[in-house]
Design a protein around this ligand. Sequence first.
Ligand code: HEC
Ligand code: HEC
Length: 293
Amino acid sequence: MSRRNIVLALILGVVGLFSIWLFAPPSISSANQIPSDLEAIERGEYLLIAGGCISCHRGQTEETNEALSGGLALETDFGIFYAPNITPDKETGIGNWQAGDFLAALKHGRTPNGSFYYPAFPYRAYAGMTDEDVLDMAAYLLSLDPVSYSAPEPEIPGWLFRWTVAGWNKLADITQPSLEQFDDELVARGAYMARSLGHCGECHTPRNELGIPDLNREYAGAEIGEEVIEAIDAVALEEWTTNNFDIFLLLGLKPEGEFVGGDMNEVIEHNTSKLTDEDRDAIAAFFTRHQSD
Ligand code: HEC
Ligand code: HEC
């Protein structure tokens, strides 16, 4: 082989290895099954509420408002994304999905054919969910009435191909620290509810230029378009007691007696107000944990 060919072969080898690393499918055990018992379906319904899935995936017409048939337009700095239909319609929804498809989508942001979802779908937050919770959600989704509807394609710049998200995911993996874990059982449950289900950080954590949430400044407040979203970190919540936070999650009432507005109202109405008292207490304990340090 000439020297030029050796160099070429080396370059191709490196590019090949790099692509394997970049595009490798997630490792998901094929032993996973979607449960079909009533208890799993009920747990799944609760988890869907805790996950705030309804806010985005709710149908947008009067007839579909109660269904998860999608269509909501999500405006981001990178363009407009539409929440898809997640009812079990076989043509337009998730009616043919297996356990592995749900795990790949929710925990790895990968489509059933191995492509990539755009992070307007907060799969990086859901990545922390247990497999059991994901599969119970799947059980619930598959128990719903199918609705036939296809959401519009995203309205985004031409260069923003799905495969570019592969690089974005890796950059996020490499640049972001792993989050603090907790020994206290209540605080640990609250961290799971807030970070992995409630995806509070999708709105409250600032992002870098690439739109990757900056976990070194978890909950330090953010700007989405024109909207300024308050910080909810230890500094911002200095005056809030755990009880204050609990009442806020139930009613949207702040300690100074004002009701919260904007998108947070939706979060309170469709998500936190419907949680069990134990789970609300857990989230409150997590956000106000610095007070007992
Ligand atoms: C902030 C809005 C938002 C929230 C919250 C959200 N999703 Fe989505 N979801 C999306 C968007 C947008 C997409 C499509 C992304 C794309 O086109 O790449 C999507 C895609 C999906 C898909 C893939 C559907 C398909 O046909 O390929 C599933 C399944 C899904 N979401 C389930 C859920 C579940 C379950 C939850 C709650 C745990 C949830 N989503 C929460 C916005 C959201
Ligand atoms: C869809 C985006 C979004 C999500 C998700 C979200 N928030 Fe908010 N949050 C907001 C916005 C916007 C405001 C400011 C609302 C206003 O203008 O009154 C806010 C306000 C708040 C406030 C009041 C802060 C203050 O000092 O007034 C608290 C506390 C809060 N959110 C906690 C949470 C928690 C806990 C979660 C997760 C369970 C969460 N948020 C998830 C958008 C969001």
